[in-house]
Design a binder for this molecule. Structure first.
Ligand code: SF4
Length: 185
């Protein structure tokens, strides 16, 4: 069985309620390294959040995000820590809140990064990239160890290069918005 979009639609219809409520325990302390990083990166025009899934699709998305932010467009993009942005209202979340453009690099149609961050930032509408829809591969594969690492990196590079070409034309950073996200398609 392959990963199909209609599975989500069937589930949503069967479950009725489209939302679930979670209580997230606030952190006991502050990671100053993380806060300093967020502050330093806050002027960049593009915040890239990735679903960080551990399956093959998530791994390709994760590697694509790393290549995009750390190698291809380091001056324009900041690689957001999704867990930090989702679970605490500090610098990482502010990067997503204030960036002129937010990119959600998702491994698959479930769009976990987008749905997570929409739960804590009302009105957030990122530019969503579905990594597995951009590449040709055996869609019956699921686990990251089912594909050679060199092949994973090849797919990640091709996605990152497409994103870099698309984002390369963005204007320089604008002043941070008060709240929400002013995304462009
Ligand atoms: S978007 Fe897909 S690959 Fe990414 S964490 Fe969610 S289920 Fe996993």
């Amino acid at each position: 069985m392959s990963c199909e979009k209609n599975a989500a639609a069937e589930c949503a219809s069967a479950c009725g309620n489209q939302y679930e409520t979670v209580n997230i325990r606030k952190p006991a302390g502050v990671c100053q390294l993380c806060e300093d990083f967020s502050q330093r990166q806050s002027a960049k025009p593009v915040a890239v959040m990735c679903c960080e899934g551990s399956c093959l699709r998530g791994e390709i998305a994760r590697q694509a995000s790393n290549i995009l932010c750390h190698s291809l467009l380091p001056e324009r993009t900041v690689r957001v820590c999704l867990g930090g942005a989702f679970t605490k209202n500090t610098g990482q979340r502010a990067l997503v809140r204030n960036a002129p453009l937010v990119v959600a690099m998702e491994g698959c149609f479930l769009k976990c990064a987008t749905r997570m961050m929409q739960g804590v930032l009302e009105g957030l509408e990122p530019d969503v990239i579905i990594a597995d829809s951009l590449i040709d591969f055996d869609r019956n594969l699921f686990s990251a160890d089912e594909m050679p690492e060199v092949e994973i990196m090849g797919h990640a590079l091709s996605i990152a290069e497409r994103m870099a070409a698309k984002l390369g034309g963005l204007r320089p950073a604008a002043a941070p918005a008060e709240s929400g996200c002013a995304c462009t398609g």
